[in-house]
Ligand binder design. Structure first.
Ligand code: OFO
Length: 166
């Protein structure tokens, strides 16, 4: 494996691990603030990010590289509101997308078409996750400070998910 690409993939492991830890922390916050649907949503997102990380670990090792498992900083675990939670979610997904795009760019520059091909899965995944984050944030902006709106959002969030991905 081209060393520069191996380094970028290892960096990506760290970003996926950070996203997983951040979403777990957001799930936990939601759990303790009465938003059980939102908690369930972020528990699932956290699991997904962990799977994205593991997929990279296996890929690097299968290609005779060495995957490095990173230490992850303590994620933020206090939030002002539901809307802030989803702003952080969208920012995090946009950050990860930018990093994935950078890997794609480097793969093309260094002519690593194998890794380029592998990374296409991440490109599609990011498109889907960013769209979900934007849709949910838009709904919350419409709801504003309305408490009954928050109640319904929490009750229905995992239905939106299922519907949007269907
Ligand atoms: Fe790893 O899929 Fe989003 O961040």
């Amino acid at each position: 494996m081209i060393p520069e690409i191996e380094q970028l993939l290892n960096d990506q492991i760290t970003y996926e691990a950070k996203a997983s830890a951040q979403y777990l922390s957001m799930a936990s916050w939601a759990d303790t603030n009465g938003y059980n649907g939102v908690a369930e949503f972020f528990y699932m997102q956290s699991e997904e990010e962990r799977l994205h990380m593991t997929k990279l670990v296996k890929f690097i090792n299968e290609r005779s590289g060495v995957a490095i498992i990173p230490a992850v900083d303590k994620p933020r675990n206090d939030f002002d509101s539901l809307i802030e939670l989803f702003e952080i979610f969208l920012e995090s997904e946009e950050f990860v997308t930018a990093k994935i795009n950078n890997i794609i760019h480097e793969c093309l520059t260094l002519k690593d078409y194998n890794v380029h091909n592998f990374m296409q899965w991440y490109v599609s995944e990011q498109l889907e996750e960013e769209a979900t984050a934007r849709t949910l944030l838009d709904k919350l902006k419409i709801i504003g400070d309305d408490k009954s709106g928050h109640y319904l959002f929490d009750r229905d969030i995992n239905t939106f998910q299922a519907t949007e991905q269907a």
